[in-house]
Write a protein that binds this ligand. Structure first.
Ligand SMILES: C[S@@+](CC[C@H](N)C(=O)[O-])C[C@H]1O[C@@H](n2cnc3c(N)ncnc32)[C@H](O)[C@@H]1O
Length: 263
């Protein structure tokens, strides 16, 4: 990746993009992975946790249910607004923040958890350095990432035929490649890396119902539709073909990994 690449404009587009549409449906579909992530770390009430790229708080809600204090941070003002309302009455503090420049002191949290969130940071080395900076020595970083050969990974690759990743922006699917992410983590100073594959079985009444769901509830699919205009039809037809035969019930395995590492 070129060092001189300026991510400012990209990040500001992403700040607006992630606020598009109604994320609640997708938050529900990914919630079991958040539960697996929280179980993998099992924070206790004496600890302080950062839910990084928290969306509307799937992880924060589960962590606070254990009696643990949580800071939930997200790039998108809309996600923070919805998350704050969703966690009203719970011990969750919300921050609008970029994973690449966290407004938290050094060594201020015991665990950083991120469910399908930090993987969207354009520069993994910068985001991982920030995560390690805010962690106490010996603290835990844990995140979920889409595996390239699960349904979401394959769908992402299909969509890139129409909308390639901009130059200078990391491939979010690399976070789900064990050998790549282990190298990044080691370089950022983390140790004891674990990589556990999981699957989210997603069912829809048909391939067309799946793409309708994504346009309604996934900000990135909504943005893809807006960017391509009429051309989006061809891209979504390719996604539907990947999902299964037209008009028939669909069951896809959205393969992901739970990755943990020690600061
Ligand atoms: C797929 S959503 C996941 C949200 C939530 N963690 C969950 O499990 O439902 C991705 C989230 O990452 C956030 N995000 C993307 N890039 C980010 C960045 N650079 N810094 C912080 N948050 C970011 C988006 O705003 C969005 O809320």
């Amino acid at each position: 990746m070129a060092d001189e690449f300026d991510t400012t404009e990209y990040t500001s587009r992403m700040r607006a993009m992630w606020g598009e549409g109604d994320y609640s449906g997708l938050a529900g579909r990914v919630a079991p992975a958040a539960a697996q992530l929280v179980e993998a770390v099992a924070p206790d009430p004496a600890e302080r946790v950062l839910d990084l790229a928290a969306g509307t708080g799937n992880v924060a809600i589960l962590v606070s249910a254990r009696g643990t204090r949580v800071v939930a941070a997200d790039l998108s003002p809309r996600m923070v607004e919805v998350g704050r309302a969703r966690t009203e009455g719970l011990p969750v503090e919300w921050l609008e923040a970029d994973a690449e420049s966290l407004p938290l002191p050094d060594a201020s949290v015991d665990a950083v958890l991120s469910s399908f969130g930090v993987i969207y940071a354009p520069r993994p080395d910068v985001a991982l350095t920030q995560a390690r900076r805010v962690l106490v020595p010996g603290g835990t970083l844990a995140f979920t990432a889409w595996r390239p050969h699960g349904f979401v990974g394959e769908m992402t690759s299909v969509m890139r035929r129409w909308l390639p990743t901009p130059p200078g922006i990391a491939d979010e699917l690399d976070w789900g490649r064990e050998e790549v992410v282990a190298g990044w983590l080691a370089k950022a100073g983390f140790s004891d890396v674990t990589f556990r594959p999981g699957d989210l079985p997603w069912e829809f009444s048909s391939p067309a119902a799946l793409t309708r769901f994504l346009v309604d509830h996934s900000p990135s699919h909504r943005a893809a539709q807006a960017a391509l205009g009429e051309g989006a039809g061809e891209m979504f037809a390719a996604v539907e073909e990947l999902a299964g035969p037209a008009g028939e019930p669909v069951r896809v395995e959205a393969g992901y990994a739970v990755v943990t590492a020690v600061a």
